[in-house]
Write a protein that binds this ligand. Structure first.
Ligand code: AMP
Ligand code: ZN
Length: 491
């Protein structure tokens, strides 16, 4: 298998990736808090991890990709559960809120042509595991109870283990940065954080525990669910870099505190999506929803953009750099996207009889660089630059400036396969731009159907998978199965 290098936020170095079990990877990514519509920043993070997942599959790894749904415990700065806040706003049960926005999140992920993870566990479905973890932390002497709530005892933990390594914060900073002022009087130290919280009378989501009728601290769910599905020590943990502190830092402390083992070997963090040079923020109007971006119904854009153009725009930046969403940037991405798809169509029609060609070495070099760039911390902007090197050569072949007889048949075949794999399977772009609502709906529906079929195939349920293919075929929709994915087209 090709060597892979990843930037590990924990060591702050680019490292050669070595899986715990050869050929297999366990990857956990912090999923969305489902109390409102998914925003473009979330899309950027989940799309980046989708491409990482796809490339790991392409390299030949068997990947178990776990991405959770946060449906309890993620509090606002003033201590209200985000789910209860959403429930009050929409006048729904918290579980109705969670369901509504989970469905919306899945639809959006499908529109952006991303795979669903292998397991998508919910925090509320794992209360028992979280209570067990709180107990283990208490048993190991790294927690204490106060008025029915349980806190992680950071000072007692720091006597035995380092704390603050991932975020690079020193103890004094950790003390002053804590925002949880409400429960300060119950804590031994300002940097201690709640792992179980006693619920107030009016709190809606609460469960029985040995300590109180209450609910788990937000950081705990990811510790409990990653351990349950990937083991005490697994390969990759991901999320946006806004989660480094306190969420990920506290996850590490909890795992070590409960299981005496650091959870993940490699921590990967995506950077933030900005708009017009500033952080996207609902409160000052510097925000745009994915739907507004598709329809153009926003003062921030001059027109609507296809989801694939938005995706292509985002892939032009490395996942660990910020991206600034601007109308000019999207217009340029749209032009580039169309140019790429046009060139791929020309490439499809190219033919040669040559056995050997003077241009082969140059194409081989670019194709090898595409692999190296993806294997160098998933460098999509460099891969896109490679693709455009090839695009200009394809246009040269079409325009007659380059001579197709100088390209061998085997190299041309390899070029067609490599480009198709990189563009449609790894970067997971789509050939045709939709634009109108009908084609977006069709895209979403086809994504759903192909996902069900993929799962049926994984379970070797050939009856279901063949039935789906045959029914689609009767509707004049052809499904072509690739190694990790299926593509569809209208006949
Ligand atoms: P949340 O729903 O707030 O829990 O966030 C879900 C995921 O999206 C987390 O991994 C966040 O780090 C990530 N995220 C939130 N805002 C942004 C942003 N503006 N840009 C990129 N990723 C983000
Ligand atoms: Zn998490």
């Amino acid at each position: 298998m090709r060597d892979l290098f990843v930037y590990n936020s924990l060591s702050r170095k680019k490292e050669k990736f070595e899986p715990i079990t050869p050929g297999q990877i366990g990857m956990y990514v912090c999923g969305p808090t489902v109390y409102s519509d998914v925003h473009l920043g979330n899309v950027r993070t989940f799309m980046s991890f989708d491409i990482i997942y796809r490339y790991l599959l392409y390299l030949g790894y068997k990947v178990r990709y776990v991405r959770n749904i946060t449906d309890v415990g993620h509090l606002t700065d003033d201590g209200e559960d985000r789910m209860s806040k959403g429930a009050k706003k929409d006048q729904l049960e918290p579980m109705e809120v969670a369901h509504k926005y989970t469905v919306g999140f899945h639809d959006m992920m499908r529109i952006f042509n991303t795979h669903s993870p292998s397991i998508e566990p919910r925090a509320t479905g794992h209360i028992i595991e979280q209570i067990e973890m709180v107990q283990a932390i208490l048993d190991n002497g790294y927690g204490y109870e106060a008025n029915g709530s349980v806190y992680f005892d950071t000072l007692s933990f720091m006597k035995d283990h380092p704390y603050g390594q991932l975020s690079g914060r020193v103890v004094e900073e950790l003390f002053s940065e804590t925002r949880d002022l409400k429960n300060q009087n119950e804590k031994k130290h300002p940097s201690d954080f709640a792992i179980w919280m006693k619920a107030s009378e009016e709190h809606i989501m609460k469960w029985n525990s040995p300590w109180s009728l209450g609910f788990p601290g937000w950081h705990l769910e990811c510790s409990a669910m990653s351990t349950k599905y990937l083991g005490k020590n697994f390969d990759i943990h991901g999320g946006g870099n806004d989660l480094k502190f306190p969420h990920h830092e506290n996850e590490i402390a909890q795992n070590i505190g409960a299981c005496k083992c650091s959870p993940a070997n490699y921590w990967l963090h995506t950077n933030m999506l900005l708009m017009n040079g500033k952080k996207m923020s609902k409160s000052d109007g510097n925000t745009i929803t994915p739907v507004q971006l598709f329809t153009g119904d926003s003062p921030h854009v001059s027109k609507g953009y296809d989801p694939m153009v938005v995706k292509f725009f985002m892939l032009q930046a490395h996942y660990s750099s910020t991206i600034d969403l601007t109308d000019d940037g999207l217009l340029a991405a749209e032009k580039g996207y169309k140019k790429l798809m046009e060139a791929l169509k020309i490439l499809k029609g190219l033919q040669t009889q040559s056995q050997a060609g003077a241009m082969d070495a140059e194409f081989e070099r670019i194709m090898e660089e595409m692999h190296q760039n993806m294997s160098d911390d998933f460098n999509t902007p460099k891969v896109i630059a490679n693709l455009f090197e090839i695009v200009s050569k394809i246009n040269g072949l079409k325009g007659g400036q380059l001579d197709i007889s100088e390209l061998s048949d085997s190299c041309l075949t390899k070029l067609k396969e490599t480009l198709s794999t990189f563009v449609f399977e790894i970067l997971a772009l789509k050939e045709e731009l939709g634009g109108d609502n009908n084609s977006q709906t069709l895209d979403g529906l086809m994504g759903l159907i192909l996902d069900i079929r993929r799962k049926a195939r994984e379970e070797k349920n050939w009856e279901t998978s063949d039935k789906i293919r045959d029914t689609l075929s009767a509707l004049k929709i052809t499904v072509k199965d690739g190694k990790d994915d299926s593509q569809w087209s209208l006949n």
